[in-house]
Design a protein around this ligand. Structure first.
Ligand code: BGC
Length: 380
């Protein structure tokens, strides 16, 4: 539903963020438990949950799951969405601290823009858990729960290679040598994850670009050339429009594949291809990757306009963030499994990494339906 609306918004050239983003919803209790409570008296404490936007289904699922699991464990919650607006998120976090939250679970918009709020949290004795996206440039980040973001990029690149026919479904080389013409997209520079996705993908693709198996016709392979500010689908559409016009308009070069790091950008890319005269299902329709397994994108995978996505089970991430929250409230040390990868510029943040999973037409049933993440009717 969200993506259908997104495509419509793209088609109309509308500013979809403005059109779609729902206003922030404050839910849950707002009572103060007093800043000086002993660890043992923190049962029922207020936890602030700051989410970036409702444009994407994933953040709605993340927010709802964290809220639900915390409430089930007996905590009060204040769940806020910031409409992808950095000052709004900063204000929401300030308000959570004022209301007496004992822990903040934050999925940031710009990971480096919340320094003041993190300092205020520290001063008020509030613990901070970075959710999915790393909070950067500040030491007051206690723990980080996320997926293996480098691996996400590796999986995206490998699925591009499978779609192109360089690898088979088991990841073994088929013996086909290409060359294949591809274009690369990356995420928002203010999101620490974006460089992890890019570095993971390039660890697979760069050797093949270097040996000529893959040809990036535009020549644009550096992160700053291919990054899409704010993960904005309309910006991705515009960049794809430009690439088609500049590098693929003569008909002599066939565009075989596009590395897209996120389903929303894939939507913009698909919209550009369609407006450029490409037809879904035709022999020249390129392989397109994605991320988040959004309902609309899984439908696109079933229909063939998108080749793959990355499924990051938000139930598992929420469970992990809630386990971290409970541990810090009880004065325990949360379980982590990575203590070296996520240096936020001030400290290495102890992290729990969950495994991402590639989803294509071949395995969506098993990964998304059999696992109970979606019902068959969600994907109709
Ligand atoms: C998340 C991805 C998401 C992207 C755009 C990243 O930080 O890890 O799951 O696709 O933001 O929302």
């Amino acid at each position: 539903m969200f993506h259908t609306k997104k495509i419509a918004a793209l088609a109309m050239g509308a500013a979809l963020v403005v059109t779609l983003a729902a206003c922030s919803t404050g839910r849950g209790g707002a009572g103060s438990d007093g800043a000086g409570d002993a660890a043992g008296s923190k049962a029922g404490a207020l936890v602030g949950i700051a989410m970036p936007t409702k444009v994407d289904q994933r953040w709605i699922q993340d927010g709802n799951n964290v809220e639900k699991f915390l409430q089930k464990a007996g905590y009060k919650t204040d769940l806020e969405y910031a409409n992808n607006d950095i000052p709004t998120q900063a204000k929401q976090i300030e308000s959570m601290i004022t209301k007496g939250a004992k822990v903040l679970v934050i999925a940031s918009i710009d990971g480096g823009a919340l320094g003041q709020q993190l300092d205020d949290a520290k001063a008020a004795g509030v613990k901070v858990i970075s959710y999915d996206r790393l909070l950067t440039g500040d030491a007051n980040v206690d723990y980080y729960a996320t997926f293996d973001n480098f691996k996400v990029g590796v999986l995206q690149a490998n699925s591009l290679l499978t779609g192109l026919g360089y690898l088979d479904d088991s990841g073994t080389k088929t013996g086909k040598t290409g060359p294949w013409h591809v274009e690369l997209f990356a995420g928002s520079p203010d999101d620490n994850n974006a460089t992890f996705f890019y570095n993971g993908a390039m660890s697979v693709l760069k050797p093949l670009i270097d040996d000529g198996t893959l040809v990036v016709t535009s020549g644009q392979t550096a992160f700053n050339q291919i990054a899409i500010q704010g993960w904005d689908p309309a910006t991705a559409k515009k960049r794809m429009d430009d690439l088609l016009a500049k590098s693929y308009s003569t008909g002599s070069t066939k565009l075989d594949g596009i590395l897209s790091p996120y389903d929303g950008l894939s939507d913009g890319i698909i919209a550009a291809l369609e407006s450029g005269g490409y037809k879904v299902g035709a022999a020249d329709w390129p392989v397109i990757t994605g991320q988040d397994a959004e309902v609309a994108s899984v439908k696109q995978i079933i229909a063939g306009s998108q080749y793959s996505t990355i499924f990051k089970d938000t139930r598992k991430l929420a469970t992990q963030a809630v386990a971290m929250t409970e541990a810090v409230l009880k004065g325990d040390t949360p379980e982590v499994n990575d203590t070296k990868s996520y240096n936020n510029g001030k400290k290495v943040v102890p992290t729990f990494l969950l495994p991402p999973v590639v989803v294509t037409k071949a395995n969506y049933q098993k990964e998304l339906i059999d696992s109970g993440y979606y019902t068959p009717s969600d994907l109709k």
